[in-house]
Design a protein around this ligand. Structure first.
Ligand code: SF4
Length: 205
């Protein structure tokens, strides 16, 4: 199967039980569901293989939930691609029925669907996010690829709820160059924290 419009099915690129490497839940065991499909077009994207959803098999929400439950994880992270290209209401309903915590990572470029315990909003310059995400998200994660991204981060951070978590994360290929700048930035702007892609240092998915 290469494309189905039935909301009971979603294109899954991969799913696996690992450790969340980045952001607020860094270090937490989590079952990842990576949905296929993204049109945001980040030049530095490290999962470009996810962009074309037509190459992935579509799985029923029942099957996706069963695999998540059977993994033994308490927390499920739905990511992509851009997972909100799909209506995720049925998926979160199903995961929650099994007592699983629902976390999502999104660029905010598509309307929010689903019932989420944690929303990590990672806006991108390449496709503007929708305004609702500044209020509804628990975490803002800005990827720092060059120096202009610090000003951009502040502009977005200022629009978030006061109790949300603010993270700056070096883009992996620029990690050596950007991390010292991020260290200086968070010392000067202590509302912000550093997020590192610790799963890459641990060499786990
Ligand atoms: Fe890649 Fe994510 Fe950007 Fe899509 S939003 S292009 S998956 S980094």
């Amino acid at each position: 199967m290469s494309s189905i419009t039935d909301p009971e099915y979603l294109p899954v690129m991969e799913s696996f039980y690992t450790i969340q490497g980045e952001g607020f839940y860094s270090g937490t065991p989590a079952y990842f569901i990576r949905l296929g499909g993204c049109d945001v077009g980040c030049v530095w994207c490290d999962v470009k293989d996810s962009w074309d959803a037509s190459q992935f098999d579509w799985f029923s929400i029942e099957e996706i939930t069963k695999r998540a439950k059977d993994s033994g994880a308490n927390v499920v992270v739905v990511t992509g691609g851009e997972p909100l290209m799909y209506d995720l209401s049925l998926l979160t309903e199903s995961l929650k029925k099994e007592g699983l915590q629902t976390n999502i990572e999104t660029s905010g470029a598509y309307p929010l669907t689903g019932n989420w315990d944690w929303i990590c909003f990672s806006p991108k310059k390449f496709k503007s996010p929708l305004k609702d995400f500044y209020k509804s998200s628990h975490e803002l994660k800005v990827i720092a690829y060059n120096k202009s991204d610090f000003k951009w981060a502040i502009e977005h951070g200022n629009q978030m709820n006061t109790n949300s978590q603010l993270f700056l994360q070096p883009e992996w290929s620029k990690e050596k160059e950007m991390t010292p700048l991020i260290v200086d930035f968070v010392k000067e702007n202590p509302k912000w924290k550093i997020s590192l892609q610790t799963h890459k240092y641990m060499d786990i998915p």
